[in-house]
Design a protein around this ligand. Structure first.
Ligand SMILES: Cc1cc2nc3c(=O)[nH]c(=O)nc-3n(C[C@H](O)[C@H](O)[C@H](O)COP(=O)(O)O)c2cc1C
Ligand SMILES: [Mn+2]
Length: 447
């Protein structure tokens, strides 16, 4: 649903009972994380921390701790329609619009005035290497093609003006130019409209500007304004903007960090950002987000975009694909469930082979289109009743795997297993039980 800024989304959530104010002082060192962990585990409300130890800036967290709030952000009545909206948005991008000025520049700090320590940046898990910015949308350009990239990457606070960077395509931009001693200017937007956060989660091919996707989710151009110290445009209504440059040929130890798998990612050398400006709205709000054992902000926020991109990739060759689910328990990554209307014997098996090549799904389950992929009990019912392990399980060793799999024998390797839980077409299958008149029962449980 189009929101003008984060504050509008928060006000909307408050009217739905989906945002709770915490008035007692909370410590950014583990305290905020503990609260978000708790609300995530009980599928509770997002939290507005009014009083944060050591900072005058309030913090919002757990915004995407539940799928319900992701659907509220998208204005989608259910999970399937949310994915449909995201698929349509990937196929029909909208360009952003440049506006003069912008609330995000109401207060400006540059050069020596910059101090990341003034922001209430939380430390999340006990062995984390320090405080991490986890919900900052990084905007940058390929220095040669000037094509924009938008991604959300954790940033470790390393000093008043220094951040550690653990990035995918932003790092690729750096690798392309650093031999010429060039850095990559970057702007990090914290506290944006939810559509931009969701849009940042499309792992699009290098050279695709994810802002087009974000604007399509927003159903209108997102307003951008010129950044202050870098040649980039930033979301005008963001709460906080951090500007800087990813430095060429510099690496520093980054991490450890408690990751979405529920395990730590160890500390290794990573690129570094030198911060040149912090700008913010008057009385800014800092947006925190938890990563850790499912389910957290990390899983819910990326889930829809991953499902939409898998849906597009698989549908191209398998037109019978109906729905795609990457459950949070699989890190919204390692486990993929697809429903399809099968028209050929073995079609589901071929789909499994295709899905295994997406370098993420380690387990792939395919069900018929009468099974709701978002209902894990029904999915496991189909596995239990419609498949035989000797015929319907496919195992492939030695494949390219997703990063961070704690069980991988070496980096980015995996084996994969598929279960074809669709009804075989080459032999009779029993009739499913049904009860006539179920559609005529009134909603007697509704008050
Ligand atoms: C809360 C959260 C934290 C994330 N942290 C990282 C990170 O530190 N590094 C990373 O590469 N991806 C991270 N991701 C996933 C990326 O944002 C996502 O894959 C995105 O599509 C990457 O954009 P890119 O393909 O343009 O690099 C995170 C996602 C979420 C929701
Ligand atoms: Mn990208």
């Amino acid at each position: 649903m189009p929101f003008a800024d984060l504050r509008e989304f928060l006000a909307f959530l408050e009217t739905k009972g989906e945002l709770l104010r915490i008035r007692e002082e909370v410590d950014p060192m583990f305290g905020i994380a503990a609260y978000i962990r708790k609300t995530s585990d009980i599928q509770g409300p997002a939290l507005y921390f009014e009083s944060v130890k050591g900072s005058s800036v309030p913090v919002v967290g757990g915004l995407f701790a539940t799928t319900k709030r992701l659907l509220l952000a998208l204005g989608a009545p259910d999970h399937a329609q949310a994915v449909r909206l995201l698929v349509e948005s990937m196929e029909n991008p909208i360009a952003p619009v440049l506006v003069p000025g912008g609330l995000c520049k109401e207060v400006v700090y540059t050069g020596d005035e910059v101090d990341l320590g003034k922001l209430p940046i939380p430390t999340y898990s006990s062995k984390d290497g320090g405080p991490f910015i986890t919900m900052g949308v990084a905007i940058s350009r390929d220095p040669e093609t000037r094509i924009r990239n938008v991604g959300l990457y954790r940033l470790q606070v390393k000093g008043k003006r220094r951040l550690g960077l653990n990035a995918q395509q932003l790092s690729q931009q750096l690798y392309r130019v650093e031999a010429k001693n060039l850095g990559v200017p970057v702007a990090i937007a914290i506290g944006t409209i939810p559509e931009l956060l969701i849009g940042s989660q499309w792992h699009a091919p290098y050279g695709v500007d994810e802002l087009g996707f974000a604007c399509a989710i927003h159903r209108a151009p997102i307003e951008l304004t010129k950044a202050t110290t870098v040649d980039l445009e930033v979301p005008a209504s963001a709460e906080i903007i951090i500007e800087g440059t990813v430095l060429p040929k510099e690496r520093e130890i980054e991490g450890p960090f408690g990751e979405f798998t529920g395990y730590y990612q160890p500390a290794v050398p990573k690129p570094v950002i030198e911060v040149t400006a912090i700008t913010h709205r008057k009385r800014p709000i800092y947006l925190a987000g938890l990563t850790g054992m499912p389910t957290t902000d990390n899983h819910v926020l990326k889930q829809g975009s991953i499902e939409a991109s898998y849906h597009l990739a698989l549908k191209r060759n398998f037109p019978g694909v109906k729905a795609v689910h990457v459950p949070n328990c699989g890190g919204a990554n390692f486990l993929l469930i697809v429903s399809m209307k099968k028209s050929q014997q073995f079609e589901a098996r071929s789909l499994i082979a295709a899905a295994m090549s997406l370098a993420g799904p380690k387990y792939v389950i395919v069900v018929d289109d009468d099974v709701d992929v978002y209902d894990l009990e029904k999915v496991l019912w189909a596995v239990s009743n419609r498949s035989q392990p000797d015929e319907d399980v496919i195992m492939l060793p030695r494949l390219l795997g997703a990063p961070l799999d704690p069980s991988a024998k070496s980096r980015r390797t995996m084996s994969a297993m598929g279960i074809d839980a669709t009804i075989p077409l080459d032999r009779p299958f029993p009739d499913m039980v049904e009860i006539p008149g179920i559609d005529k029962v009134p909603d007697f449980w509704r008050k």
